[in-house]
Write a protein of this length. Structure first.
Length: 373
């Protein structure tokens, strides 16, 4: 493995003129996506013919020459091509059953973005400035400087009016790989505690959404009372978005810190292969499961384990980790009751904390899977 591709996200501070340029390209990328979604739909409905990326790319060139769409030339041409690629990828995911049928994009969507490729060094960083095609040099807040080749950039605007750029960078694998401390740990995630590990460490659930729920509710009610189309309505919408953004930022920061801690300390990490989407159908627990963000946590562990050279092993979701005694291996079906937090093994008499016992079993099973592979 010689190269590694990863993303870097930074906040950017465009001038008013650059903001207008960004907003224009957000809109143009959306128009191209919607226009060719319509083209593909009509071709199938009227001619039973499938239109691919190559044909839409050729039609886009013709469209930009027409007087009615000459304003598309004001956009970075690569951003329009990337919009076509997004549309094509949407159809490919639909055909493979991984996503729903592509939908038309609304101009009223509060979050906006476009992506452009780096050609002829059109995307580059110099000191505290980022150069973007058709925009020029934009002020950027660099937390770390990427050491590699920039492949593409995604510019986005949040509902709160902030601008960000995500850079996709190809780096030398030798410069990316980090070392871990060689430990071993099993992780049992939960709602009361975010997770308990096999070493007895308990990480409490920050319950971020719960803490901000009342503040969010007040902001949403204020927004609902405002007259549609008024400036006060717009101001109230931003206030709601600010609360949502704060919740997301706190949650993301927590997940990054915990996932980095695990991969930097351990060589072997055992986790459960949970069906989070299925668990979210439980209306009594859905809000709490969404708040705890297991899917995001597992996703972070997966890509960070590669960077730190860890063995991240997923244990089958049907493995009875909570019911099995970690001392003698005897299974106790009575522990299926989630209200039982501590129990004594009827076979060997060992006293167990439910979550730590499960974490120990997860680690043991993970090591068995590694040994067998």
């Amino acid at each position: 493995m010689e190269d590694y591709v990863r993303g870097y996200k930074y906040r950017i501070y465009p001038t008013q003129e650059q903001e207008a340029k960004f907003n224009q390209m957000f809109g143009n990328a959306r128009v191209v996506f919607n226009y060719f979604l319509g083209v593909r739909q009509r071709a199938w409905k009227e001619e039973q013919r499938s239109v691919g990326y190559s044909e839409t790319s050729r039609l886009l060139t013709e469209l930009k020459r027409s007087p009615a769409f000459v304003w598309l030339n004001l956009s970075d041409s690569m951003s329009l091509q990337e919009s076509l690629r997004d549309l094509n990828n949407g159809f490919q995911l639909f055909f493979t059953g991984k996503a729903k049928y592509p939908k038309f994009k609304s101009k009223h969507n509060a979050k906006k973005s476009y992506r452009t490729r780096n050609q002829k060094n059109g995307i580059r960083i110099k000191e505290n400035k980022l150069h973007l095609p058709k925009v020029g040099w934009v002020k950027i807040k660099l937390s770390r400087i990427p050491d590699g080749v920039i492949l593409n950039a995604t510019i986005s605007k949040t509902p709160t009016g902030k601008y960000f750029v995500s850079l996709c960078v190809r780096e030398d694998w030798n410069n990316v790989l980090k070392r871990n401390n060689g430990g071993e740990v099993g992780v049992d995630v939960g709602i009361k505690s975010f997770y308990v590990d096999s070493n007895g460490n308990v990480v409490e659930n920050p319950r971020t959404f719960t803490k901000f729920q009342r503040k969010l509710g007040r902001a949403q009610r204020r927004h609902a009372r405002r007259k549609d189309g008024s400036r006060r309505k717009q101001k109230a919408r931003v206030a709601v978005a600010i609360v949502h953004e704060k919740i997301a930022n706190i949650r993301r920061d927590f997940l990054h810190k915990e996932s980095t801690k695990l991969v930097s300390e351990n060589q072997v990490i055992g986790i459960e292969d949970l069906n989070v989407a299925g668990m979210l159908r439980n209306h009594k627990l859905a809000k709490h499961i969404a708040d705890v963000s297991w899917s995001s946590f597992f996703q972070m562990l997966k890509y960070k384990s590669v960077l730190y050279g860890c063995d991240l092993v997923q244990v089958d979701r049907f493995y009875a980790s909570s019911q099995t005694c970690s001392n003698c291996g005897e299974k106790n079906p009575k522990v299926k009751d989630l209200d039982i937090r501590e129990w004594d093994c009827p076979h060997c008499g060992t006293h167990h904390d439910r979550d730590r016992n499960a974490a120990i079993n997860i680690l043991r099973k993970a090591k068995e899977i590694l040994a067998a592979s």
